[in-house]
Design a protein around this ligand. Structure first.
Ligand SMILES: Nc1ncnc2c1ncn2[C@@H]1O[C@H](COP(=O)(O)OP(=O)(O)O)[C@@H](O)[C@H]1O
Ligand SMILES: [Mg+2]
Length: 202
């Protein structure tokens, strides 16, 4: 049997998409098996590695593909998911705004480094501006840059006429947030506030 450490190294390198580390971890397992006298098994592993190396580019494409997520069940009525290809560089931005948005991206990309210092990246931003000023586009660009799904909240099915209905649907959305990483976009956010005085919901 290969040691647990070798298997962990193998899995880690696959998750991180580190091909070279993956090959070297696999070769170590082959060497280990050979030392145990399992020559045939070792040979089989080496052949698999050679095959994988020869396919090179195909593996890379697979690694860079974004895993698709789609809301299911009741959530499917509340969130619409898409994978924008918008980039920050597609936008016309004041340098002040660009710096702010870049900083959000940096914090997200380096979140594990921040976590080492018990800090977390900013996770909530409020976009304010006239119609057509680029709020939706900004949300799409953040998702595009971070290779995350853009989850847009569908208000027509969020706001209910019965007491507590809206709140329990919001809870579903917040639960989804803690499970699935993404850019959750509450477009026209003031629509929720506007309904606070409605007679049938609290
Ligand atoms: N800062 C910008 N840079 C480039 N294009 C923009 C910008 N702001 C708006 N646009 C263009 O106008 C369209 C509408 O903008 P949008 O993001 O929907 O505005 P909002 O959500 O604020 O109403 C976008 O799809 C984009 O084509
Ligand atoms: Mg918009």
């Amino acid at each position: 049997m290969s040691t647990a450490r070798q298997i962990i190294a193998l899995i880690k390198s696959q998750i991180e998409g580190e091909d070279q580390q993956f090959y070297s971890a696999a070769l170590q397992i082959a060497a280990h098996e050979a030392r145990q006298g399992h020559g045939k098994l070792a040979q089989e592993i080496r052949e698999l590695i050679d095959e994988a190396k020869n396919r090179g580019s195909a593996i890379e494409r697979k690694n860079s593909a974004v895993p698709l997520v789609q809301p299911k069940g009741e959530l499917a009525n509340l969130l619409s998911a898409r994978y924008p290809e918008t980039k920050l560089s597609d936008m016309v931005l004041s340098s002040e705004l660009e710096t702010k948005l870049q900083r959000i991206l940096t914090e997200q990309k380096q979140r594990s480094r921040l976590q080492n210092y018990n800090l977390s990246p900013r996770r909530k931003i409020l976009l304010l501006g006239h119609p057509g000023s680029g709020k939706t586009m900004t949300a799409a660009a953040l998702a595009g840059e971070l290779q995350l799904p853009l989850m847009t909240v569908i208000y027509s099915s969020l706001i209910g006429k019965f007491m507590g209905e809206t709140a329990s649907r919001l809870q579903l959305i917040f639960d989804a947030m803690s499970l699935t990483r993404g850019v959750y976009f509450f477009d026209e956010f003031d629509a929720i506030g506007a309904h606070r005085n409605s007679a049938n919901d609290v």
